[in-house]
Design a protein around this ligand. Structure first.
Ligand SMILES: [Zn+2]
Length: 286
């Protein structure tokens, strides 16, 4: 059951669904304008969001910003015709490519076989849509390259391109007065490769940019809102494993051993998975 939660005065978000890969959708409510963050993985997802905000007497979004090109963040855009849509130049370019695709089971299966789609997304699309594949890719109206600032009236949103392994076009949204940084998927691994992976270079560059924001709450689209302390734990984990991957030259057993020794305890599932992804990245990119 998806819930609309509130943080501070001006920020609301709809909780995610892992089964069909619905990400968190955000809403920033200013005195003059409202800004929705991400459009959802289907028109039904976007529609549910509109119903939930209407229940709270919040007006429909005037603006909608897309965090990156992945289907689960953009397929709902066609249901948000009255909102002015915004994305980075790179996101729009990737969406243009998607707009030429077909989304039937056959077309999806074929792309999975060719390696241009991954099984995880294909199966989530099938689950989200069933037989009703009403997928019409609407394109963003306004694009920006590096940074854009929008004053919604009493609340300011800074949209900034940060990139990263997950999607090179990733942007984050900083809601200044609330000290919220909407990370979307930017700190996740690259899932569109034969093997999920992280690279040291991109991870460290990304974290450096994220640390420049003075935030207290961080939103991870397929998880939840986390505190600064939790964010620092996540980034410390990524930094440490990036470091050991380099010094152990991508040797998985050695990384586990040395990282485990540094912590003086057994490694968690999450840590082991992160090590695996860095090892994959080390061997793919070097
Ligand atoms: Zn993504």
């Amino acid at each position: 059951m998806q819930q609309l939660n509130r943080i501070g005065e001006s920020f609301w978000y709809l909780t995610p669904v892992s089964e069909t890969d619905r990400p968190i959708l955000g809403m920033v409510v200013g005195n003059d304008l409202t800004l929705m963050i991400d459009a959802g993985n289907s028109e039904a997802h976007a529609q549910l969001f509109l119903e939930k905000i209407a229940e709270q007497n919040i007006s429909k979004p005037d603006l909608v910003v897309l965090t990156h090109w992945h289907w689960d963040h953009i397929f709902g855009l066609s249901a948000l015709k009255n909102a002015l849509s915004i994305s980075s130049v790179d996101t729009k370019e990737e969406m243009l490519k998607l707009s030429t695709y077909e989304w039937t089971d056959e077309a999806l299966d074929q792309r999975v076989q060719e390696g241009t789609e991954i099984e995880f997304c294909a199966s989530c699309i099938k689950k989200e849509y069933g037989d009703q594949r009403n997928i019409h890719i609407a394109l963003p109206k306004i694009t920006f390259k590096q940074r854009m600032e929008i004053n919604l009236g009493g609340v300011t949103c800074i949209l900034k391109h940060v990139g990263g392994d997950h999607a090179p076009d990733s942007i984050v949204i900083y809601i200044k007065e609330e000290k919220i940084l909407f990370l979307a998927d930017c700190i996740y691994a690259d899932i569109f490769s034969p093997k999920r992976n992280y690279t040291k270079k991109r991870t460290l560059e990304l974290i450096k940019q994220l640390e420049e924001f003075d935030a207290e709450t961080y939103i991870l689209s397929h998880w939840k809102a986390i505190t600064k302390e939790e964010f620092l734990q996540e980034t410390q984990l990524l930094k440490s494993i990036a470091h050991y991957t380099e010094t152990c030259r991508g040797n998985e057993e050695k990384i586990k051993e040395e990282y485990g020794q540094s912590l003086n305890r057994e490694l968690t599932e999450d840590e082991l998975e992160t090590i695996e992804y860095f090892v994959n990245g080390y061997h793919i990119r070097t």
